[in-house]
Design a protein around this ligand. Structure first.
Ligand code: GLN
Length: 293
């Protein structure tokens, strides 16, 4: 059948044809053509224009070998971002490894929720709990040039990836990094607390795609029976770390916003929590703005 033999390594395969062949090999992926293009871009060390521009050149034997290897791993379910070691978030390039959850486009709505409620030049301290790759805090510090960030993660390898990303994006001079559980390592108060904790429920476990469950860190995915355990832990300490006029922003599962809003109200019943919607219009998070104006 088509594409079973893989990519020819005899120097006679046109780059333009290699993309189409690769897409056929990846027919079990939800996005075969996109995956093939991103992986070939990585092999050729070029951009989209490059892949098109080189379309009538031949793939070298070593490029073909490398491409083949990546395609086989992808066919086995390994996410493209782990194969290339990179993922774009908020138009910034993040280094990722198997130690961190791959940034999701949907999480960009959390950044939008902050932008809607705070001004560009505000001087603020922002804490990102369970920072992983650091994508949320790095995106926020890029948008708020006078803000300072604290990135917390219980995983040492994750903290080291977050630090690499902050350095690459020239944000490290405004950031502190803490290895520890949620709020535990923090000793000051923050204007903004943001978190995308693990929230997948036990009922959802069997429904997760192979790409996710076989490759992404389970500590970053599963939030206990109802997926809300991490929020309970975080909220139990929130009084100590969120300023009286602070902003709290949580990502959660699309079916969890009502329950999470209740938990947030138990933390502070004076203000109505708001729902945050993702790019597809699905409920994707809950926030609480304690600013009085
Ligand atoms: N949105 C992720 C998924 O569906 C889960 C991320 C998380 O638990 N924080 O796989």
């Amino acid at each position: 059948p088509d594409g079973q033999q893989g990519i020819r390594a005899d120097g006679k395969l046109l780059i333009g044809d290699a993309v189409l062949l690769a897409a056929k090999m990846l027919s079990t992926s939800e996005t075969p053509l996109l995956d093939a293009r991103v992986l070939l871009k990585f092999v050729l060390a070029t951009d989209d224009a490059g892949v098109i521009g080189f379309g009538r050149d031949f793939l070298s034997a070593s490029q073909a070998h490398q491409f083949n290897e990546l395609l086989l791993r992808r066919r086995n379910g390994e996410p493209v971002a782990y194969l290339t070691g990179q993922k774009e978030f908020w138009s910034l390039e993040f280094t990722v490894s198997k130690d961190v959850l791959i940034p999701r486009d949907d999480s960009e709505c959390l950044i939008g929720a902050v932008l809607e409620r705070r001004s560009k030049n505000d001087q603020m301290r922002i804490a990102d709990l369970g920072t992983g790759s650091g994508c949320l805090i790095c995106a926020l510090l890029t948008e708020f040039p006078n803000a300072k960030g604290a990135a917390v993660d219980i995983s040492g390898p994750a903290i080291s990836i977050a630090r690499q990303n902050a350095e690459k994006l020239r944000l490290a001079n405004r950031m502190s990094f803490y290895e520890g559980e949620w709020t535990a390592p923090l000793e000051e108060q923050f204007d903004i607390v943001i978190a995308n904790p693990p929230y997948v429920t036990e009922a959802e476990r069997p429904e997760l795609a192979t790409d996710v469950i076989d490759f992404e860190p389970h500590d970053a995915l599963f939030g206990g029976e109802d997926g809300l355990d991490p929020y309970r832990l975080i909220l139990s300490e929130m009084g100590q770390i969120l300023k009286p006029d602070g902003l709290l922003i949580f990502e959660c599962g699309t079916n969890q916003t009502d329950e999470l809003a209740q938990l947030v109200r138990q933390f502070d019943g004076r203000y109505m929590p708001f729902t945050i919607f993702d790019l597809a219009g699905r409920p994707r998070g809950v926030g609480l703005d304690r600013r009085k104006d």
